[in-house]
Design a protein around this ligand. Structure first.
Ligand SMILES: Nc1nc2c(ncn2[C@@H]2O[C@H](COP(=O)(O)OP(=O)(O)O)[C@@H](O)[C@H]2O)c(=O)[nH]1
Ligand SMILES: [Mg+2]
Ligand SMILES: [Zn+2]
Length: 320
């Protein structure tokens, strides 16, 4: 007899599964399956993969089979060798969570947007801790300017401000992943969206209050049938981007670029460059073009380091 599950956690050598409409659910709701020695599980179609949080798994007796992924949020581990790692699989929406206090980092948001567009999921930007600032409108405007075509909302898990609007925005999403710096309020938002303390509380601070220190990625089933994936804050998230992902992130730059004289204009020193002209005319922020250059460069560098294996592959070892 077969049943459907989703990967909720991946540890060394073991994968934790939670039922996805499974026929027979064990008492604690989870099963643990071991991986092969190289960390992989077989796929229902194609090469074995390193399982990722969010993967759909068919249990057929003792056998665990991973289903092909509809989307993959990937990052490049920052090391000597490029190791592309799947942060989350089968995600509909990437919630890019950024705090309003301290000030949001627009460059980080642009970066996360590129990673999100690369994943085949839809990004939504959430500015948290709106209760702590009085210039949220200014930041909303500034963030919308670097996130063309993307919903940007300000919320407070403390007061509940903006949560209804966020829920309405996310109505269609079945699986969501939250990404952003440590302390941005991701786990707090998970609990708010779940309506319960679903995220495990980490160490207790000196003042005795609980502190959510997320140390691993985890998939959390919500009572309404949706799924949330909480992630620990990553200091430096390696960019794995395609040209299309950068173009989607910078659709404002791309639009201007259609007016450039050369189709392959690099917007540096070409004559009749509509992008540089827009910057000179004050119609496009200079930092926006600088971000475009820097993310393009980084994406090109990463692409040169990584030899991309078939899409389904989880970890891809590459040459130096
Ligand atoms: N004032 C305020 N504090 C918040 C809000 N959201 C989260 N926090 C606090 O910010 C800290 C970090 O939150 P946490 O959810 O652990 O962040 P994570 O590292 O992104 O998961 C905690 O002390 C939360 O109580 C908010 O909307 N307003
Ligand atoms: Mg957390
Ligand atoms: Zn140009």
């Amino acid at each position: 007899m077969t049943s459907m599950w989703r990967v909720s956690r991946v540890d060394k050598g073991a994968v934790r599964l939670v039922p996805d409409g499974a026929a027979s659910v064990p008492a604690d709701g989870t099963v643990v399956v071991g991986t092969e020695r190289d960390g992989t599980l077989p796929m229902t179609a194609g090469e074995p993969v390193v399982p990722a949080v969010g993967d759909r798994v068919v249990l057929d007796g003792e056998r665990a089979l991973v289903m092909p992924r509809t989307s993959e949020l990937v990052r490049d581990t920052v090391g000597k060798t490029s190791l592309v790692q799947v942060i989350a699989a089968n995600v509909d929406v990437v919630l890019i969570v950024e705090h309003l206090e301290p000030e949001p980092a627009l460059g980080r948001i642009e970066r996360m947007l590129t990673i999100a567009w690369r994943s085949d999921a839809v990004p939504v930007v959430v500015l948290t801790k709106v209760d702590l600032v009085d210039d949220a409108d200014r930041w909303l405007e500034a963030t919308r300017a670097v996130a063309p075509g993307v919903d940007v909302l300000a919320i407070s898990a403390a007061t509940g401000a903006g949560l209804e609007a966020l829920t309405a925005t996310l109505q269609q999403a079945r699986t969501l992943v939250l990404v952003g710096p440590s302390g941005a309020g991701k786990s707090t938002l998970v609990n708010a969206l779940a309506g319960a303390e679903v995220m495990v509380t980490g160490e207790v601070r000196g003042d005795g209050r609980g502190m959510h220190t997320t140390t691993h990625r985890e998939l959390i089933p919500l009572p309404d049938g949706r799924w949330l994936i909480d992630t620990p804050g990553v200091r430096s998230i390696g960019l794995v981007a395609t040209e299309e992902a950068v173009a989607a992130t910078f659709s404002d730059v791309e639009e201007r670029a259609r007016g450039c004289r050369f189709r392959d204009c690099t917007h540096t020193n070409e004559p009749e460059c509509a992008v540089v002209e827009a910057v000179e005319a004050g119609e496009l922020p200079e930092r926006r073009l600088a971000s475009w250059h820097s993310l393009r460069r980084e994406a090109t560098r990463q692409a040169a380091r990584a030899v991309r294996a078939p899409k389904a592959a989880g970890h891809i070892r590459t040459r130096r």
